[in-house]
Each structure stands twice: as structure tokens, then as C-alpha cells.
Design a protein around this ligand. Structure first.
Ligand SMILES: Nc1nc2c(ncn2[C@@H]2O[C@H](COP(=O)(O)OP(=O)(O)O)[C@@H](O)[C@H]2O)c(=O)[nH]1
Ligand SMILES: [Mg+2]
Length: 345
């Protein structure tokens, strides 16, 4: 685990005016500038925290927290999330000239690259200014497709640059909770099932999503699956005031795509996104657990007052990590930390 100590040359220009220029180009959605800044946010070395702070300061200096909408797209591998996004993003950008979208795909099975995302379809029709679509693929933290720690970091950057960030992930276990905390709206992509309602219930996470997309409607079993899904939703979500949106689509034939695109554009326009800082406590807790386990979690709560207060006291996400590290190390060194099983007296 331990990395050799190296004198690291910052990935950013030292001169403030050069940094400002880089940030300005990223704001203009120049791909090379965005990618260079992403490198800083994916960098897990402690030294990168200072660079991130400089970038965030430069980005936040001019504007306020003006609300990028984050959409989560989850569903089992193979349900068609990437295929749908490839069409939907292009159509949405063509419909709204002010829109810009960054897609972060954590699905390990994703076969669609930025290249093919902007492939033939873009050339075939009114060309969409390529800058307005950015695609980033990330390795998954687990085989089940959990968000990697750097997913949140990258989203901290992209939400400050793009009008909409889409996170594509497999909706199982921890990643389900992560997506909930990251996204303002969660879409679950399902594919027709051969069986009955029980299978949809077993497919899981039916309580979480805001919107359901039954994809592959070109398949023969789609019609009966749609009615089974509606039945399952009635069973699993008896407390919904009104039934949730269900879209029927085919990424293959394009059926249902215009309606879905319109609905997504409307959602982007009407959703009040969370402020940047509201997403931080959950991901600080996740980081503490990853790095320090249960002992870390107890230290965060008992000594530092919990994620929210600790973030407020430290002045930001990166600083909170540095301060936490120092704090728990000091506690462990003096034996004052929350030692395991120390419950005498
Ligand atoms: N028949 C049919 N196949 C589809 C549809 N959408 C995607 N697929 C296929 O399903 C497979 C998985 O698609 P992909 O987009 O990679 O799914 P993801 O893992 O959810 O991102 C690919 O072979 C797609 O060509 C659809 O609407 N109909
Ligand atoms: Mg995919």
C-alpha cells in the first residue's frame, strides 16, 4: 500500500494566471482542459488535495452554486443503459442548444466509448457541438459496480462545468446508496423478463428510482413485462401518491426515445439540484469507512461530531480528509482513540 515518497511536480501550472487560463478553457468545455483537471480530481495522492483546492477556488470565485442537475442511471448490466444514453444525450443536446452533458460511466461492462458515443449519429444529423458532450469511463470499485472513491471527486469538478452530469452505474448494494446521494434524480433501466411480478421485485431496488425505463421494447415479451412491472410497483411502493413514470423504450429501434428525451429535458429544467456541499457528508463517511473502517466511523462521530460538522469545521472536503487523518493518527498515537473492546471502567 505504502507509496514511495517522491517530490511531486504539481499537475497544475504554478502561476496563478496560467491556472486561471486553464480553468477558463475548462469552463469553455475544451476537452483537453477538462481532461487535465479530471486528472487532478482522480488523483488519490494526498498531494493532489492542494491542487483540487486551487481549482475549486478558481471555479467558485466567479459564479455561485448555480445548479448542475445530476442524473443517476442504474440497472443490471446488459439492460441497455449505455445504448440508451448514447442516443438520449445526442438528442437532448440537439434539442437544447444551451445544454451540456458529462457522462461518467462506472458500469464495467460498458462497451460504449466517447468515440462511438459521438460516432455516426452525430455526423448523420445537425452536428452537435462536440464540446457539449463529455464522456468519462471509470473502473468500478467492486465487481458489483460500486462507485469508486474518485467518482465523487470527478463529479465535484464536472458539476461545476456542465449543466447536467449523468452517472451510469450498476444498481446493486452500496452503489445504490451512493447514487441516491449523488444524483438529484435516479432512473432505473430494466429489460423485459420472461416471468412474473416476483422477478421484478427480486430484480431489486424498485423502491429507490424516481423513474423506470423498460428498455428493449422491441422484444416480444415486452408487453407482458410492462404490465408485470406496473403490478410490482403497486406492490412494492404502496405509498406513492401517484404511480411513478414508466417509459417504454427501444435503444435499438428508437421507439419511445423522443418521449424519454422530452421527459429528461423537462426534468433537467424543473429539478432543483442539491448544492455541492450537500453531497459531501455521505462521501466523506464512505471515505472514512474505506480508509479506517468501523474505528474510523466512531472517531468521526464521537471525536469530530459527525461528517457534517466536521466538514463545516475543516473548510471543505479535501481539508476534512487531511484533518481527519491527522486527528485519528494523533488519537491512536496517544491511545486516546476509540480502541476496540476497551470498555472497562
Ligand atoms: N433488442 C434490444 N437490444 C438492446 C437494446 N438496447 C440495448 N440492447 C443490447 O443490449 C446489450 C447491452 O447493452 P448496453 O447498452 O451495453 O447495456 P448496459 O450494460 O446496461 O450499459 C447490447 O448488446 C445492446 O446492443 C434494445 O432496446 N433492444
Ligand atoms: Mg453500460
Amino acid at each position: 500500500m505504502a507509496r514511495p515518497t517522491v517530490v511531486r511536480v504539481s499537475a497544475l501550472p504554478d502561476a496563478e494566471d496560467e491556472l486561471a487560463g486553464l480553468v477558463e478553457r475548462a469552463r469553455g468545455l475544451e476537452k483537453a482542459a477538462v481532461s487535465r483537471l479530471i486528472g487532478v480530481f482522480e488523483d488519490s495522492r494526498p498531494t493532489a488535495a492542494d491542487d483540487r483546492a486551487r481549482v475549486l477556488a478558481a471555479l467558485d470565485a466567479g459564479g455561485d452554486d448555480d445548479g448542475c442537475v445530476v442524473l443517476g442511471v442504474t440497472g443490471t448490466p446488459g439492460s441497455g443503459k449505455s445504448s440508451l444514453l448514447a442516443r438520449l444525450t445526442i438528442d437532448a443536446l440537439a434539442a437544447d442548444p444551451d445544454l451540456s452533458i458529462a457522462v461518467v460511466a462506472i458500469d464495467p461492462s460498458s462497451a460504449i466509448s466517447g468515440g462511438s458515443l459521438l460516432g455516426d449519429r452525430t455526423r448523420m444529423r445537425t452536428p452537435v457541438d462536440e464540446r457539449r458532450l463529455y464522456f468519462r469511463s471509470q473502473a468500478s470499485a467492486t465487481e458489483l459496480g460500486g462507485l469508486s472513491p474518485s467518482t465523487f471527486q470527478v463529479c465535484r469538478l464536472l458539476t461545476r462545468l456542465f449543466a447536467c452530469v449523468v452517472v451510469e452505474t450498476v444498481g446493486i448494494g452500496q452503489s445504490e446508496a451512493d447514487v441516491r446521494h449523488l444524483a438529484d434524480r435516479v432512473y432505473l433501466v430494466l429489460q423485459p423478463l420472461g416471468g412474473d411480478e416476483v422477478q421484478f421485485l427480486k430484480a431489486g431496488i424498485i423502491e429507490v428510482p424516481d423513474v423506470f425505463i423498460l428498455n428493449k421494447c422491441d422484444e416480444p415479451s415486452a408487453e407482458s413485462s410492462y404490465h408485470q412491472l406496473k403490478g410490482s410497483l403497486g406492490l412494492a411502493r404502496p405509498f406513492d401518491a401517484e404511480p411513478p413514470e414508466i417509459h417504454r423504450t427501444s435503444a435499438r429501434t428508437g421507439a419511445g426515445l423522443p418521449e424519454l428525451t422530452d421527459a429528461v429535458l423537462a426534468a433537467i429544467a424543473t429539478t432543483t439540484p442539491r448544492r455541492h456541499a450537500e453531497r459531501e457528508p455521505h462521501f466523506l463517511e464512505r471515505w472514512v469507512e474505506d480508509e479506517w473502517g468501523r474505528q474510523g466511523r466512531r472517531h468521526l462521530v464521537d471525536v469530530l461530531g459527525g461528517a457534517g460538522p466536521h466538514l463545516a469545521a475543516s473548510g471543505g472536503f479535501d481539508a476534512a480528509q487531511v484533518v481527519f487523518d491527522q486527528s485519528i493518527r494523533a488519537a491512536l498515537a496517544t491511545g486516546a482513540g476509540p480502541a476496540e473492546g476497551n470498555d472497562e471502567g
